[in-house]
Design a protein around this ligand. Structure first.
Ligand code: HSE
Length: 431
């Protein structure tokens, strides 16, 4: 049995999870798949602690060149995240003809074209199952399972931290900050958790999925992004009363040669399958021409689920090296030409509004007049609160309205003297 040598860069939460999984599965891998996967080096700035694992201290190094230049290492696993120096490490590994496994969604979304080009030029490949959806095999599904299909729509709940926060708020009435702290403690959040809650992490992931789904390079900057930082418990409750829940949804749609790429909080009917994806779970709903609709659902973050996805990539490469998989197994040709982007301004959806208004005569008529003037038709209105409070909540659902009409109406409504706080507006999505 040939030994496959792996060098691991990054011994943090996921890195130590990968070591755990490899150690626990070593015998199974040998018996079941005939693979001898050996962890030759682990590189990290902290090489004092063994993270509670039983490992040979001699394989710990803070010198990444020991991995990148070691001729015996065939697979480099990059788990440090961020663009630099991860990009330089990966490019050097590829140049040295090493296969790369990474969970680095930011790097692949923002600089993926250069990374994949370098892999191709050097006759190797980059595997990235753990970059989207944690343990969910979504990259494999798109690269292999749906290879005969044309994917038209991708809806994803693809940030475990924000889904955990929204679920805790909805189910336990929990405060946003407390739920975020819990997600951090559980190891779901990024080292900079603002990426989780401002939608940036989901934007990286939907860019990666759109590229694979539509077979064209995607410019990450074309993804429209809004996060969940302004979602208040009262909005979750009002939405629930109207039969909706609020999810941070990532959307990629292709029609007539153009794409829509967006991430924003979204009202979904409670009965919809995506509305019932709770906690740290992620789900990706795909629509493709032959298969129709299917949804993949599973743990979207956390040490062992993510580590399991990384190890599955290591195994795929090892099998490929041993000739048990086709050589072109994972190479998918992506058209370098980007598709035309359908800007958010052109999108039409129904909207949820919450206005904080004085409780006095003619307030509603002033709001309604502005909405009417901007071609926005009201579907329902509820007033929440009592007169003795300073302001009351007026909650509305609209019919389909154009994004730029909504923006103009909100600008005018926020300037009314009877409006006491910035109005809240959340899109709905008919899936
Ligand atoms: N911080 C990410 C999340 C980890 O919460 O989904 C998985 O990419």
């Amino acid at each position: 049995m040939n030994k496959i040598n792996v060098g691991l860069i990054g011994f943090g939460t996921i890195g130590s999870g990968v070591v755990k999984v490899l150690q626990q599965k070593a015998k199974t891998l040998e018996k079941k798949l005939g693979l001898n996967i050996s962890l030759a080096w682990i590189c990290d700035l902290d090489i004092e602690s063994t993270r509670g694992l039983d490992i040979d201290r001699n394989i710990l190094t803070s010198d990444v060149q020991k991995i990148l230049n070691d001729q015996n290492i065939q697979i480099v696993v990059e788990l440090i995240g961020g663009i630099h120096p991860a990009k330089e490490f990966i490019l050097q590994a590829l140049k040295n003809k090493k296969f790369v496994v990474t969970a680095n969604k930011a790097l692949l979304a923002e600089e993926g074209a250069e990374i994949f080009e370098a892999a191709k030029a050097n006759g190797v490949d980059v595997y990235y199952e753990a970059s989207v959806g944690g343990a969910i095999p979504i990259i494999r599904t798109l690269r292999e399972g749906l290879v005969a299909d044309r994917v038209e729509t991708v809806y994803g709940i693809i940030n475990g931290t924000s889904n955990y926060i929204l679920s805790q708020m909805a189910q336990k009435g929990c405060d946003f900050k407390i739920a975020l702290r819990e997600a951090q403690k559980k190891g779901y959040a990024e080292s900079d958790p603002s990426l989780d809650i401002n939608g940036g992490d989901s934007a990286h992931k939907i860019a990666i999925l759109a590229r694979l789904s539509f077979g064209h390079e995607v410019d990450f900057k074309d993804v429209y992004v809004e996060g969940i930082e302004n979602i208040d418990l009262c909005d979750i409750r009002y939405a629930a009363e109207m039969g909706y829940c609020i999810k941070l949804l990532a959307i990629a749609k292709k029609s007539e040669g153009s794409v829509q790429l967006r991430v924003h909080p979204t009202l979904l009917p409670k009965k919809h399958i995506l509305a019932n994806v709770d906690g740290v779970s992620n789900a990706i709903l795909l629509r493709s021409d032959f298969v129709g609709e299917q949804m993949l659902h599973g743990p979207g973050a956390g040490q062992l689920p993510t580590a399991s996805a990384v190890v599955s990539d290591i195994i795929s490469i090892a099998q490929k090296m041993q000739g048990s998989l086709r050589q072109d197994n994972c190479l998918v040709n992506i058209d370098p030409e980007k598709l035309k982007v359908n800007l958010i301004d052109n999108i039409e959806t129904r909207y949820y509004f919450r206005f904080s208004a004085l409780d006095e005569p003619a307030v509603l008529s002033q709001i309604a007049a502005i909405l009417g003037k901007n071609n926005i038709s009201i579907y329902s209105v509820i007033q929440k609160g009592r007169r003795q409070e300073q302001s009351v909540h007026v909650v509305m659902m609209t019919h389909d309205a154009k994004e730029k009409d909504i923006a103009q109406a909100l600008l005018e409504i926020n300037n009314l003297p009877v409006i006491k706080r910035k109005s809240v507006a959340i899109r709905t999505e008919r899936i």
